[in-house]
Design a protein around this ligand. Structure first.
Ligand code: XMP
Ligand code: MG
Length: 178
């Protein structure tokens, strides 16, 4: 792996594909054990989590379902600012064991605003699996139950994550060059 250029920015190798694979296997092992009799419903948040969701779900060996959503943010009419809603969530969450799949939790803002809407549907349980978290950037009460890597507060790209739409196809993770 060597440094790459995406649009106007340089990125350096950060986490290899085999490290990612090993970590995802660990998460899958834990979920397979904890949810063996729970028929979990995975909900992957597009676009960024598509690779993580695909690789993780292939390692799930218990009965389970998966669905994909997009989060749309628009200006609310209240002073609270933006309202976040899910597009494509057709399944009923009532009494289901939900595992939300996110590529990265940065400030936690997105999920802190969206999670209450999922809880409103009365799931039996609701846990979060995030490939990446940035503990130093966290500003909201959101906690991942399954975390791949805790990383420093620097922009990353690859493995589903993008810079201006590019870089999602990279099989490994890159970090913005300091
Ligand atoms: P918050 O702050 O709401 O952010 O937790 C979550 C969303 O912001 C995007 N994000 C990133 N995307 N590299 C990316 O490619 C990053 O380092 C990064 N940090 C945050 C991402 O879409 C995530 O869902
Ligand atoms: Mg995202």
């Amino acid at each position: 792996m060597k440094a790459i250029q995406v649009l106007d920015k340089a990125f350096v190798p950060f986490i290899t594909a085999s490290e990612i694979d090993r970590k995802i296997q660990e998460i899958a092992d834990r979920i397979n054990k904890a949810y063996s009799d729970k028929n979990p419903l995975f909900i992957a948040v597009l676009n960024g989590s598509f690779m993580f969701a695909s690789d993780l779900f292939k390692k799930i060996t218990i009965p389970a379902q998966i669905s994909f959503i997009k989060l749309a943010s628009y200006k609310g009419t209240t002073s609270t600012g933006n309202v976040i809603t899910a597009i494509g969530l057709d399944e009923s969450l009532k009494d289901r064991h939900i595992i939300l799949l996110e590529d990265i939790i940065d400030t936690g803002k997105t999920l802190s605003e969206f999670l209450p809407q999922l809880w409103n549907q009365a799931p039996a349980s609701l846990k979060i699996a995030a490939l990446l978290t940035k503990p130093e950037a966290l500003r909201h009460e959101v906690h991942a139950d399954y975390t791949g890597f805790e990383i420093e507060n620097r922009f990353v790209l690859g493995y589903g994550l993008d810079y201006d739409g590019y870089g999602r196809n990279l099989p490994e993770l890159y970090q913005l060059k300091p």
